[in-house]
Design a protein around this ligand. Structure first.
Ligand code: ZN
Ligand code: FE
Length: 256
């Protein structure tokens, strides 16, 4: 089995860039391209040559480097079919149920709308890794800009159904703020208390809290836990539909 090498680096104010590399086939993809300079530097640091950009959604902090990097390298840009007109330089349009071959690896693509209407998530089952863009964050989730609570909950439910050992990369370092908020809706969650302490320590040392694993998120992320009796009681929504509870938790975070 080939190895998928993964290199994450901070860029812009709070974004993460990620390179994935199939050494056997000498392919390197940038998961999103927040800015050309940081991606270029990361490629130089690793000695890798860019062949692909895999776009999760059209926002400028995820596509700002697309055209410059494509101009320099001739890389292929894959991205969401449902917002393809907003993704600079897109060559390959992907959506729900598609498989995308990246050397020895295959990405399974899910539509995960809500943050944007066309947002997609890439899951590499053999490498046990998913790239969730701005849909799921460590202990948080993306703001619902284009869609409603039901749409976003349905998207999160697709990620929630992946194997628990799946390693989840996301676009931003928002984790300390996410942890502070999570404790307001589920203060009695011991796993959450421990994780909040851990992420504060990591950040104090300048270390990333991304990636995470789905298993840890299922235990600590309030946006994946609408079934929690404590959350339901704290927001006064015992027994309501999970998408409604998700929506209320998201509304409270927006107003926090
Ligand atoms: Zn975004
Ligand atoms: Fe973003």
């Amino acid at each position: 089995m080939a190895t998928l090498d993964i290199y994450q680096f901070p860029c812009l104010s709070d974004n993460y860039g990620v390179l994935i590399h199939d050494g056997e086939n000498n392919l390197t993809a940038s998961i999103d391209a927040p800015e050309a300079g940081a991606v270029r530097q990361a490629l130089a640091d690793k000695g890798w040559t860019l062949t692909h950009i895999l776009t999760t959604h059209y926002h400028a902090d995820h596509t700002g480097g697309n055209l410059e990097l494509k101009g320099e390298t001739g890389c292929t840009i894959a991205g969401p079919r449902n917002e393809a007109d907003k993704v600079p330089g897109i060559d390959v349009k992907l959506g729900e149920g598609d498989s995308y071959e990246f050397g020895a690896f295959t990405a399974k693509v899910f539509d995960t709308p809500g943050h944007t209407a066309g947002h997609i998530t890439y899951w590499f089952p053999d490498a046990k890794v998913a790239f969730a863009g701005d849909t799921l964050f460590t202990m948080g989730c993306g703001r619902v800009f284009e869609g409603d609570a039901k749409t976003m909950w349905n998207s999160l439910s697709k990620i929630r159904a992946l194997p628990p050992e799946t390693v989840i990369y996301s676009g931003h370092e928002y984790t300390v703020a996410n942890a502070d908020f999570a404790l307001t809706v589920e203060p009695g969650n011991a796993a959450l208390q421990a994780r909040a302490k851990e992420v504060r320590e990591l950040r104090a040392q300048g270390k990333p809290t991304v990636p995470t694993t789905l298993a840890r998120e299922l235990e600590t992320n309030p946006f994946l836990r609408p079934g929690s009796p404590e959350i339901q009681a704290n927001i006064g929504m015992e027994g309501r539909e999970h998408w409604e509870i998700f929506g209320e938790v998201r509304r409270r975070k927006d107003n926090a």
